[in-house]
Write a protein that binds this ligand. Structure first.
Ligand SMILES: Cc1cc2nc3c(=O)[nH]c(=O)nc-3n(C[C@H](O)[C@H](O)[C@H](O)COP(=O)(O)OP(=O)(O)OC[C@H]3O[C@@H](n4cnc5c(N)ncnc54)[C@H](O)[C@@H]3O)c2cc1C
Length: 408
């Protein structure tokens, strides 16, 4: 999609006009972000009327910068509605109906309506195309039965992006459709699943005779896989492609811990080795940050390609190493986890306030190489789609889904 030309100064002027009309330090989140959307400054690469101005995505950082210069209150999209803004919005824009574009994008951006992603099932994670949840057309509705798992934020979501099987007679990638599910529909049951941190960010979902109006389908019936790829590519970029300030984020916390560590805890040799390790992690963090910055500047307004999987892989592995190293720096103090594994539901504010909590992050980061696609699967994508290596043997690609052996 070609984008409109607008100078940085013109974009800054538009932000100033927004701030004159409504200021984030004085208005609440929903009012301010609603106006930001109306001014086309929510996601500037989206078309006018849908929260954008049809500009290059690189201009979004100009918007954030100008708001941060003029206001104490700033909002992080990923803390407000990570799955909606990171994955739902581009999916609606690319494959959604006009009704979806008109009615769902604004409340998604303001945070009034939270979104979740209903892809994974007990028998279909990495191989999500093998999923078994069934959607059967009955008049003006589809009736859905099945189970989803690991559904982040489902307990507070208004909308779910649901991938379900509409035709079991054809090969697995061809028989899926992608639905918009109202999470408050009768027959949707959400049960918490607790993680190693003690928190339940995600859920099991049981769907029993759930009715979805037949027009709540993205793209066309049977094209669910194509839509799912758009969601997944954006998921990987939104997980791995964030650009923080130099020395910020996890590596900043590690460096701060190192600066205040008790030298008596280590021998001279151990201290030197640890300093080397931290320096290498710092360099790797900076490499990833600059690579993401370059990828963002080069990105046209369309959906990201397989390069998002590379960033996601690098970020997951680096994050785990950084928090492991933080535990080494903390020594025996790291063995005590203050929250005592209390089982709880984190709030949206809790989620964004966790960055500086090294012990929590050490536990949470174990999931980084699983969520959004495992590191092994990212390596497969990198090998096949970026490096052009031979593909994995896939024996079930042309077999009707109903004939593929499965345990459930
Ligand atoms: C914190 C968190 C949040 C999540 N949120 C959501 C969500 O909101 N919505 C949602 O739908 N899902 C969500 N997921 C699920 C996530 O997408 C899956 O866990 C992931 O895709 C892996 O699937 P699986 O757990 O079924 O593991 P499996 O696919 O069973 O994999 C098991 C192991 O086998 C390896 N493996 C599998 N296939 C291959 C292969 N072809 N080559 C090499 N190795 C392979 C894997 O790498 C892994 O090590 C979340 C997961 C986590 C941890």
């Amino acid at each position: 999609m070609a984008h409109r030309e607008m100078t940085e100064e013109e974009v800054r002027n538009r932000v100033r006009a927004l701030l004159k009309e409504v200021h984030p330090d004085k208005a609440d989140q929903i009012t301010f972000r609603g106006k930001q959307y109306d001014h086309g400054l929510a996601w500037v690469h989206f078309p006018e009327g849908y929260g954008g101005l049809g500009l290059s995505p690189a201009m979004q950082s100009v918007v954030s910068d100008e708001i941060a210069k003029n206001a104490k209150t700033t909002y992080d999209d990923m803390a407000i509605n990570p799955i909606g803004i990171g994955m739902g919005a581009p999916t609606i824009l690319t494959h959604g109906t006009d009704w979806m574009k008109k009615n769902l994008l604004r409340p998604m951006f303001t945070g009034e309506e939270i979104w979740c992603q209903l892809f994974s099932e007990p028998g279909a994670g990495s191989d999500v195309a093998g999923l078994a949840t069934r959607a059967v057309r009955e008049g003006d509705y589809y009736t859905v039965n099945g189970q989803k798992v690991w559904t982040t934020l489902a307990h507070i979501s208004k909308w779910g992006m649901l991938l379900a099987r509409t035709n079991p007679e054809v090969p697995k990638h061809e028989g899926m459709s992608y639905f918009l599910l109202d999470m408050q529909s009768p027959g949707v049951e959400v049960r918490p699943l607790h993680q190693i941190t003690g928190e339940a960010e995600f859920n099991e979902i049981f769907m029993t005779d759930v009715k979805i109006p037949a027009d709540r389908v993205f793209a066309r019936v049977g094209e669910g896989w194509k839509v799912a790829i758009t969601t997944l590519m954006n998921e990987r970029t939104s997980i791995g492609g964030a650009v923080s300030r130099r020395g910020g984020g996890p590596i900043g916390v590690l460096v701060d811990l190192w600066k205040s560590h008790d030298s008596k805890r280590f021998s001279k040799e151990a201290e030197t080795l640890l300093r080397d390790k931290i320096t290498k992690l710092y360099i790797d963090s900076e490499l990833l940050r600059l690579t993401n910055q370059r990828a963002r500047a080069a990105r046209k307004a369309g959906n990201p390609g397989p390069e998002g999987s590379v960033a996601k892989l690098a970020q997951a592995e680096l994050n785990k190493k950084i928090w492991e190293c933080a535990m080494e720096v903390m020594g025996s103090e790291a063995l005590v986890y203050e929250s005592g594994y209390n089982r709880r539901r984190p709030s949206m504010q809790d989620r964004s306030g966790r960055v500086a909590m090294a012990k929590y992050q050490f536990l949470r980061s174990r999931a980084n190489s699983i969520e959004g696609g495992t590191s092994e699967v990212m390596r497969n994508i990198l090998g096949e789609r970026v490096l052009g290596l031979p593909g994995e043997p896939r024996n079930d690609k042309s077999v009707p889904w109903k004939d593929i052996p499965r345990s459930a």
